[in-house]
Ligand binder design. Structure first.
Ligand SMILES: [Fe+2]
Ligand SMILES: [Fe+2]
Length: 169
């Protein structure tokens, strides 16, 4: 199995995104550790629900950044998140009925997905955001972590319009 720990090969060099990814890697590692020590099904369920929450918060965070920064590959990236959302919710449903094997399958799926997605889609997004900041086309005026707090402005100080989500179209 691939590495379960975040390492520099996963870095996108945007601190708030890298921090989210580290939390998700930690959540997957905790779940695997719990499974290998044979904890009770309700504990497995708690860990997976918490992990799914971290994943959803992170996807929403990246999507807010992409919308606010008018990222041209937003729809493509959002589609990839939606595919993972669907898979994760399928695993969560099975785990909630006591299917511990589904938790092991979730660990395997997330390790592969994180490895592929962070090292391609998220790195491309990170490069876009860093480049826009570097040439002064984007200014982050507040933190980006909390819901609805992505207030991006162009170099003239004008607030940028957000791209619509494909789910809203
Ligand atoms: Fe992403
Ligand atoms: Fe990500």
């Amino acid at each position: 199995m691939r590495a379960l720990k975040w390492n520099m090969s996963h870095a996108v060099f945007v601190a708030e995104i890298d921090d989210d990814h580290k939390e998700i890697f930690d959540g997957v590692a905790q779940l695997r550790k719990a499974l290998s020590s044979g904890v009770a099904a309700h504990k497995v369920n708690d860990l997976t629900v918490r992990l799914a929450g971290r994943i959803e918060d992170h996807f929403a965070h990246e999507e807010r950044l992409m919308q606010a920064a008018q990222y041209s590959l937003f729809s493509w990236h959002e589609l990839s998140h939606d595919a993972a959302r669907k898979r994760v919710s399928g695993f969560i449903q099975r785990i909630s009925t006591g299917d511990v094997e589904a938790a092991a399958a979730l660990v395997k799926y997330m390790v592969a997905w994180l490895h592929d997605h962070t090292r391609l889609a998220d790195k491309m997004l990170g490069a876009f955001l860093r480049n826009k900041r570097r040439v002064g086309k984007l200014v982050i005026t507040v933190g980006t972590k909390e819901f609805d707090s992505c207030a991006w402005r162009d170099s003239r100080g004008e607030r940028l319009d957000r791209l619509p989500s494909r789910r809203a179209l």
